[in-house]
Write a protein that binds this ligand. Sequence first.
Ligand SMILES: Cc1cc2nc3c(=O)[nH]c(=O)nc-3n(C[C@H](O)[C@H](O)[C@H](O)COP(=O)(O)OP(=O)(O)OC[C@H]3O[C@@H](n4cnc5c(N)ncnc54)[C@H](O)[C@@H]3O)c2cc1C
Ligand code: SF4
Length: 563
Amino acid sequence: MSRASNFPPPFSTAEFVAEPSDPPDERIEVGVLIVGAGPAGLACAIRLGQLLGEHPDVAERLGDVPVAVLEKGKQPGSHLLSGAVVDPRGLRRLFGNSLRMEDLPSYGEVPGESVYVLTRRSSLPIPPPPPMRNHGNWIFSLSQLGRFLGERAEEGGALLLPETAAQKLLVSHGRVVGVRTGDKGRSREGGELGNFEAGSDLVAKVTVLAEGTQGHLTGVALDRFALRGDDPQVWELGVKEVWKVAKPLDRVIHTMGWPLRSGKRYREFGGSFIYPMGEDMVTIGLVVGLDYRDASLSVHDLLQELKTHPKIRRILAGGERVEWGAKTIPSGGFRALPERLHAPGLLLCGDGVGMVNIPRLKGVHYAIESGRLAAEAAFRSLQRGHTPATALSSYDDAVRDSFIWQDLYEVRNMRQVFGHGFFVGGALASAMTISKGRAEIGKMSAEPDADQPLLVTDRDAGYPTPDGTLTFDKLSSVFASGNKTRDDQPNHIRIERRVPPEVAKLWVRMCPAQVYEIGREADDGTVMVELAPSNCVQCGAITAKGGRLTPPEGGSGPEYTST
Ligand SMILES: Cc1cc2nc3c(=O)[nH]c(=O)nc-3n(C[C@H](O)[C@H](O)[C@H](O)COP(=O)(O)OP(=O)(O)OC[C@H]3O[C@@H](n4cnc5c(N)ncnc54)[C@H](O)[C@@H]3O)c2cc1C
Ligand code: SF4
């Protein structure tokens, strides 16, 4: 049986590690350089602004740019996508008394909740299992929250550099000294167009990688500094839509079961979320573990199918889809955390290192808290009288003492147990949750998503034909993501182009943005995979399933506004 991992992409870590190459007087010097304007990176910038405000002597020593944040999207929030029902602990600790939850751009506290087990036509309400209880949590649009946090970071003195992708990790004498940004204005073949701009070296005293899921440089750093943990990281793919609706939704809804299959041989793990966003909008999404085996599975099309369920159809009736997006979620949990969260000159936060509580489907508060703790460690390393190496390693201790560590430990085997099928996995997961992680069920390991042996069924024959009102095809979804990537940009997706048909089919079906197509068949039965990289919404699924996403030209990709 084929496995995607048998066809690795042409990619090597060494390509993305370099010494600074710009002449010293042309390098941009920064105190703390943060890569990624998501909740982790922006919390880090906000906390640094608070600390530097209290210690102007340290700020002065950091020069003209004490803190800079690089973001590959058009602006903070453009590439952010989440549920997003947020546990407020991280935000409250970040802002203290200076901002209340009511001051943030939210859709209010969770008003109530329901959980259903679905079959094709029916829905069985069940009492919300402990991880799905959301009392006291707040509903946000993460892209809107990202824009708000970006403004707070700028107010605190951070320089935001949007439309800028960090391409290479700058390492000198075994220490991270910054990043090199990507070139802009190259043609598909790599030539320089009229608007060509070469990338630059940004050198920093401390670099914080807060790149989120499938972080490109985070992966490079984990390999370069041998930081990976015992268990491989695994991911889920989430596809979501935002709808303007005729009737307000009065609670958050989670569903399990249909359209996923419960049979162990399929390894289909996941569920849906439907959250209200004020009086006239809802968000609906489906999240599926990428360790699934059926090459004909498409999360994009399963979400379309889900919307045809009578219960869900009623919620969306008379409404209109206004936005669409997709993103992966790291789901290996505690067991897949790196051995260390720091290296010389470097700190790692948030989804990049897998800080997500998968049974709760929550990572925003861990991202914020880890960004805040990284800021404190970075700041300590810059104060006189502190040894930078010891100060940076104190970040690991701070994370170990935080609610991030405690929460993730309690659900440490949660994702791994679902490899035993939906029912056995569900029973073990409940035992762990009820005992707050004290039920010891032995160490379970996950296998990399791309290692799963593939099977091919006719599951795809049942996906609904798009009607353009309730159900949509992938290309209209890409349009609804606001993606405006130039068609003639260089290809940023690395895959083995000639593969067995089932691996090609896996990629075609998996990609929610219709980037892959099956091309010519060769005499040996393999097929050529054709690519349309400009459709890519940078969800990261291809990295989990046997390829490698690298950051495209800064400013390209989706333009999310309410995901
Ligand atoms: C479908 C779905 C539903 C979810 N639901 C919830 C929920 O309800 N509640 C919850 O708490 N969590 C939820 N999560 C998880 C949550 O969204 C993440 O845990 C959180 O966003 C992680 O924050 P982060 O800052 O680490 O990364 P991100 O939010 O991913 O932000 C990273 C940022 O870095 C930028 N970036 C990455 N690489 C580079 C680079 N090389 N150069 C420049 N910029 C770069 C990206 O463009 C992005 O803006 C959900 C996730 C998904 C996908
Ligand atoms: S090509 Fe882009 S959109 Fe498609 S799976 Fe890969 S990362 Fe996601």
